[in-house]
Design a protein around this ligand. Structure first.
Ligand code: AKG
Length: 270
């Protein structure tokens, strides 16, 4: 049985001082843990930073914006590769407490592998049940998290996770998502979290999310970290992604949002 404490309140970042402390132990058991990362002021600043990133032009930068078609018209779905171009977000995700927690949960020194904002604005689509690990080609030891920019609720499409099922890569369908039979056999826990909290999850922890059917946006950062022992591979990751997208375009295909087909919305071809 999962201790609800960890979903309701989170562990205060200040008390996260030991690689063998309760957060790490809980993470080892469940494959996820909730940490209170940002205070109210820092959360407001994060919201401003994400507004700034969302206002960057669609073309002309090395960041990558993706848009989806919703009932309200075209909306931003995701921005990737933004830390080189935003000082505040680079400092938040590549140094300090976030990196320390990633290292403690990985059990060794971590480095940022990639980063994205998922906007999930009103009407934005959800994500099919999947594990992240199959999309990470170059690394074996990695961890992801969701830093909530806005409160994330059942209505606006929070994550659902499965506890204590991160031991193996589960059977996948042709999109790289978990097969329907396996999805039905598992217990999914809704994980609503507050703006400023971070839900850390193992890269094999099954997760999914519904669409945003509310009138409130549900923006979140998703940094992924890998063990530095395997190398600082962030540039290689984006180079490979650009190459695969170009190859898809050259074949006359539409590039997807991810390297697996988990996104359930309709992408607008740029
Ligand atoms: O933002 C969400 O609702 C889920 C995102 C997700 O699972 C992913 O981007 O892999």
């Amino acid at each position: 049985m999962v201790t609800p404490y960890y979903l309701g309140m989170g562990i205060n970042l200040q008390s996260f001082d030991s690689p063998s402390g309760p957060a790490v132990e809980f993470f080892k058991q469940q494959g996820w843990v909730l940490i209170d990362t940002l205070n109210v002021e820092q959360t407001k600043q994060l919201q401003n930073w994400v507004d700034e990133v969302a206002a960057w032009p669609l073309e002309g930068g090395e960041w990558i914006h993706h848009r989806e078609m919703t009932e309200a018209g075209p909306q931003l779905a995701r921005t990737e590769n933004f830390t080189p171009f935003h000082d505040g977000l680079r400092t938040l995700l590549r140094t300090g407490a976030m990196l320390d927690v990633a290292s403690a949960l990985l059990g060794e020194e971590a480095v940022l592998y990639k980063e994205k904002v998922n906007y999930k604005l009103t009407g934005g689509a959800g994500f099919a049940p999947h594990q992240d690990a199959p999309a990470y080609r170059f690394i074996d030891s990695h961890i992801s998290c969701m830093v909530a920019v806005d409160d994330s609720t059942v209505e606006n499409g929070c994550l659902d996770v499965v506890s204590a099922r991160y031991d193996e890569i589960l059977p996948m369908d042709d999109r790289g998502c978990i097969t329907a039979e396996v999805v039905e056999s598992m217990t999914w826990i809704p994980a609503p979290i507050k703006a400023g909290q971070t839900l850390w999850f193992h890269s094999r922890t099954p997760h999914r999310s519904g669409p945003n059917t509310s009138s409130k946006n549900r923006r979140a950062l998703y940094p992924t970290y890998n063990a530095l022992r395997e190398g600082d591979l962030r540039d290689a990751y984006y180079a490979q992604k650009h190459q695969e997208w170009q190859e898809a375009r050259d074949r006359g295909e539409k590039p997807g949002l991810s390297l697996i087909g988990d996104f359930q919305g309709v992408l607008i071809d740029e």
